[in-house]
Design a protein around this ligand. Structure first.
Ligand code: T5A
Length: 244
């Protein structure tokens, strides 16, 4: 996905406040790209600038790293090398997208971010999670998302959706069902232990998933999303401050 900038003028959290950093996560085929697009259009329609980008990717460095990570099946990339490549892409993503977007008070919507690293390289590949978190924090400078929406779906269901869509396996998807199941359950553990994360039932139709996402945003960020209706699974009413 290429970055896209909206044209709205107002700031999501009021004048003089920083922007909002939203992340959509989940297993392969969970519907992340679908929901990132819908969310960006909704926020644009509210007159707020929304910037969206995928990880790994988005930047020139990130897209080059993505090609190595996903498409170069002849390369034997060890788990540690995979981690550092993801983090190399992330450092560029922070510098070129996230910080400038938040500094001008817009909404950054990321299609995957650090939870992917914790789930895939930590739970999936078996690298020590605390070490993964520590290295990730260096790449991000400690800047964390305001909200991580995890599209919760059994790994097998996501793979089935990908097959229906005609998607060919990339290097990471070819890591096997056991790997992808560890990733899916890893996401649930991550959601349980982090107040900035919430599971969204991704077995629902796309409209239902979108409605849950809007409701969650309305509850956590009443200004400017408070007009959205629907149910919610939120664990906290107020948005946490961005930490750096
Ligand atoms: N990775 C990434 C790491 O290992 N570590 C990291 O730190 C990072 C950042 C990236 C790969 O890199 C790994 C993880 C990944 O293996 P990717 O292509 O960005 O790969 O991610 P994928 O999950 O592979 O992307 P997909 O496009 O396959 O999945 P999405 O975006 O979750 O799903 P989407 O929206 O494209 O939808 C897939 C299909 O399902 C349908 C859609 O129409 C589409 O056909 N669909 C639904 N069907 C039924 N119900 C719904 N609710 C649906 N929503 C969408």
């Amino acid at each position: 996905m290429n970055p896209s900038e909206g044209s709205g003028a107002s700031s999501p959290r009021g004048e003089g406040r920083r922007g909002l950093f939203l992340v959509i996560e989940g297993v392969e085929g969970a519907g992340k790209s679908t929901q990132v697009e819908r969310l960006a259009h909704w926020i644009d329609a509210l007159g707020i600038e929304a910037v969206r980008a995928r990880e790994p990717g988005g930047t020139a460095v990130g897209e080059a790293v993505r090609e190595i990570l996903l498409d170069r099946e002849e390369l034997r990339i060890g788990a540690e090398s995979e981690l550092f490549l993801m983090l190399a892409a992330r450092a560029a993503f922070m510098r070129e997208f996230v910080r400038p977007t938040l500094q001008r008070g817009a909404v950054m919507i990321a299609d995957r971010f650090e939870f992917s690293t914790f789930a895939y390289q930590g739970f999936g590949r078996g690298l020590p999670l605390e070490e993964v978190r520590r290295l990730n924090a260096f790449a991000t400078g400690g800047l964390r998302p305001d909200l991580v929406l995890i599209l919760d779906l059994p790994a097998a269901e996501g793979r089935a959706r990908q097959r229906t869509a005609g998607k060919v396996d990339d290097r990471i998807e070819a890591s096997g069902d056991g790997f992808l199941e560890r990733v899916a359950s890893g996401y649930r553990v991550l959601a349980e232990e982090d107040d900035r994360a919430v599971l969204v039932d991704a077995l629902l139709e796309p409209d239902g998933v979108e409605s849950r996402i809007r409701s969650e945003l309305a509850l956590r960020f009443p200004e400017p999303f408070g007009t959205a209706g629907g149910s919610t699974t939120s664990k906290q009413p107020e948005p946490p401050p961005l930490s750096e």
